[in-house]
Design a protein around this ligand. Structure first.
Ligand code: 5GP
Length: 115
């Protein structure tokens, strides 16, 4: 068993962060360092998938649930339109190897494609 990721520790209440939405298998928090007016992270509750490539191969239904939840929170926190970013690999900017989607919304004119 690998060490609990920062997101698992948030889910377990060890690190404080408000869970703003959740489904049976995924949850949403605000990014601690927002890069857009709305910057949320949609995270599978399991940390067994390191990145979106592993998630797509291992549990495509869970990936679909993540996308659906991203749409739901983008509608609740902005106008329902959003950018969905999965940094995949350290050289692409991934720092937490527990797959998560960045939901960027609420006026993206000044925001680059990187999250
Ligand atoms: P990555 O760089 O792996 O694509 O994204 C990880 C994200 O998690 C970063 O945008 C970072 O700001 C966010 N993050 C890291 N630690 C915490 C934390 O303890 N709380 C919250 N809310 N976000 C975090």
């Amino acid at each position: 068993m690998s060490e609990p990721s920062v997101f698992t520790r948030i889910l377990q209440g060890e690190i404080p962060s408000e869970i703003v939405a959740e489904t049976e298998r995924a949850f949403v928090i605000r990014d601690i360092a927002p890069q857009a007016p709305v910057h949320l992270l949609v995270i599978p509750k399991t940390q067994q998938y390191r990145d979106v490539v592993e998630l797509a191969a291992g549990d495509p239904a869970l990936l679909a649930e993540v996308v659906d939840l991203a749409h739901r929170v983008a509608a609740e926190h902005a106008d329902g339109e959003f950018r969905l970013v999965f940094n995949t690999g350290a050289s692409a900017g991934q720092t937490v190897f527990h797959v998560h989607a960045h939901v960027l919304a609420g006026g993206l004119d000044e925001v680059s494609t990187g999250a």
